[in-house]
Design a protein around this ligand. Structure first.
Ligand code: MG
Length: 250
């Protein structure tokens, strides 16, 4: 059968044991890609995704405060919503390099401006913030705009939908690597908002903070996903990830 789908009389690809067009090279695993979301309905995740929030409950989440405890945000109608003052929340699960999908919605009713309008955040590994903010006709400092690597890199473009509409982050994340206390390789992140590229393989300068320049601090190769309570009524739905890994070629 192998003969019928490839070649074994072609050169070996350097660094592999496979011929060019090798008919015996293992097939990529099949993934049902699911369905895209609409404004009315969240889509269906890919078949191999690990679902972090499916719209029903916060059993996979906890308070991100020092004390931990239950996540206090509201869940209704297939989304979760920040309950201001209850604190940021994080997944109980910790994971590393991944493709991450998060949908969010800033409040339809506009209150505040600049950083005070629809502010939340997606904290990768609980440390590196991709800003969530209503930047639709709402100027703010560029490195704090929607999709900014907060305090470091502005997004390439402003691709915000109006407040009250669902917006989609697709994030490809590679965490930093450390050898003991030493940084071996910075993190690397690609971010799309509503299908538009905001960052491509951008390397954060360090952990996220406010009004300061930071550096990397050694940590594990896995961490939780954290969502920020910035006291605005931001909603989230349909949160999942897929670990980034090569498939087994035997
Ligand atoms: Mg924020």
């Amino acid at each position: 059968m192998a003969e019928s789908i490839g070649y074994d009389d072609t050169p070996i690809l350097p660094g592999t044991r496979w011929h060019v067009h090798d008919g015996e090279r293992p097939q990529p695993p099949v993934v049902d890609p699911g369905t895209p979301s609409t404004q009315g309905e969240p889509g269906r995740p890919p078949s191999d995704a690990i679902v972090l929030f499916d719209g029903t409950d916060l059993s996979g989440w906890e308070s991100a405060g020092e004390e931990g405890g239950e996540a206090q945000w509201k869940v209704e109608n297939g989304y979760m919503e920040v309950v201001p003052g209850t604190g940021s929340i994080r997944t109980k699960e910790e994971f590393g390099d991944c493709q991450l999908h998060v949908e969010w919605r800033a409040p339809e009713e506009i209150t505040g401006d600049s950083q005070g309008r629809g502010n939340s955040g997606v904290f990768l590994m609980g440390r590196y913030e991709i800003q969530v903010l209503d930047c639709y006709d709402n100027p703010t400092y560029a490195d704090g705009a929607t999709g900014a690597i907060y305090g470091q890199y502005p997004p390439l473009v402003n691709a915000c939908r109006p407040p009250g509409e669902w917006q989609v982050y697709d994030i490809i994340w590679e965490g930093p690597r450390f050898d003991g206390e030493e940084l071996v390789r910075p993190a690397r992140v690609t971010v799309l908002l509503n299908g538009v590229v905001l960052h491509h393989a951008t390397e954060p300068r360090g952990v996220t903070s406010h009004k300061v320049v930071t550096e990397y601090e050694p940590h594990d190769e896995v961490g939780p996903l954290e969502l920020q309570d910035h006291r605005d009524l931001v909603r989230f739905r349909n949160i999942w990830y897929r670990p980034l890994q090569d498939y087994d070629e035997g």
